[in-house]
Design a protein around this ligand. Sequence first.
Ligand SMILES: Cc1cc2nc3c(=O)[nH]c(=O)nc-3n(C[C@H](O)[C@H](O)[C@H](O)COP(=O)(O)OP(=O)(O)OC[C@H]3O[C@@H](n4cnc5c(N)ncnc54)[C@H](O)[C@@H]3O)c2cc1C
Length: 384
Amino acid sequence: MQQAGYDDIREGVRALCAHYDGAYWRKVDEARGFPEAFVHALTEAGWLSAMIPAEYGGSGLGLSEASVILEEINRCGGNSGTVHGQMYNLFTLVRNGSAAQKDYYLPRLASGELRLQSMGVTEPTTGTDTTRIKTTAVRRGDRYVINGQKVWISRVQHSDLMILLARTTPLVEVVKKTEGMSIFLVDLREAIGHGMEVRPIANMVNHETNELFFDNLELPADSLIGEEGKGFRYILDGLNAERTLIAAECIGDGRWFIEKATGYARERQVFGRPIGQNQGVQFPIAEAHIEVEAADLMRWRACGEYDGGQPAGASANMAKYLAAKASWEAANVCLQTHGGFGFACEYDVERKFRETRLYQVAPISTNLILSYVAEHLLGLPRSF
Ligand SMILES: Cc1cc2nc3c(=O)[nH]c(=O)nc-3n(C[C@H](O)[C@H](O)[C@H](O)COP(=O)(O)OP(=O)(O)OC[C@H]3O[C@@H](n4cnc5c(N)ncnc54)[C@H](O)[C@@H]3O)c2cc1C
């Protein structure tokens, strides 16, 4: 089952993904490389700029359509984590950028000349406690000077632009801790080597992610997106888009795992019959299927609210929670169904198993969603 009305997008993305099969992704994963050919093809076909308004050269589509694009990449066995940054960053730029920023950047992003794949929020000493970030942006004349450090910032080596969150007013001087932060559009081509250093982090998934060091990086004052001091609000809006997109990616993963498990359970003969004839094998797959389909309903609620301009925080968080949990359960079931072969790289199960595990931690950990629901939806006392 899937939401009707997006067949053209699904078919288009699937047709493209058919050229980038399991062997392609396995090779990229083994080499710890970047799927440049895939990203190039996706850009050329216009999928990465689909949500840019038509007047700037895009297709003017919404979060619902963006979510289908990413879902299908994962549903086909690919890794949408290599490209999803541009999708949610575009929502931040389109919704909050100035006319001049949109006039300059959006046509270049639409044509594929530029990529906006990175967003720098997380810091090593503050983690999830975002309002305590220590990276500062100080206005000096027509520049902002950036100092500080970020960690786990993805796709920086394969992006031209990055949205950066920094403190413009010290925490002690603001009434509310969510105030006094601002977001900037950083031109990575100018910044790297001129006040910004990038150190890659080797990690469990083939996910290009980095530590960033800022030492008096100078940004033109017009790099500021929106109003100074309101950056946390803009980032939160972008994070709701990100969480909904990640939910859709997890739905895609979940469906891939279930199809893979079902196919193997039908074919694999042990004790003279298909393993899928045993209820002990069938039931966990059926259960995982139910969980994925249920999570998909919340994903569509989040998409509808976001595209309709309504507050989407609650649904986006719950969709991400449910979908990440469902895809991880589906991954476990798929690996178990494959027995020893689940561990063999050539089946792609172990790769996808690693890839989908990430989403219970990033972009927001499961505990933090639970605390959001407890506090904001159920009115329980704040725990931190
Ligand atoms: C591969 C990868 C790519 C990433 N890409 C990006 C990126 O592009 N940009 C970016 O800005 N960030 C990125 N991140 C960072 C990611 O968003 C964070 O890792 C995530 O939000 C968790 O933050 P943390 O690692 O600092 O964990 P911490 O905040 O240190 O938390 C550690 C653990 O403690 C738990 N915990 C903490 N506080 C509480 C509490 N009060 N109650 C209950 N439990 C709690 C958390 O749930 C978590 O399980 C990426 C991370 C990874 C691993």
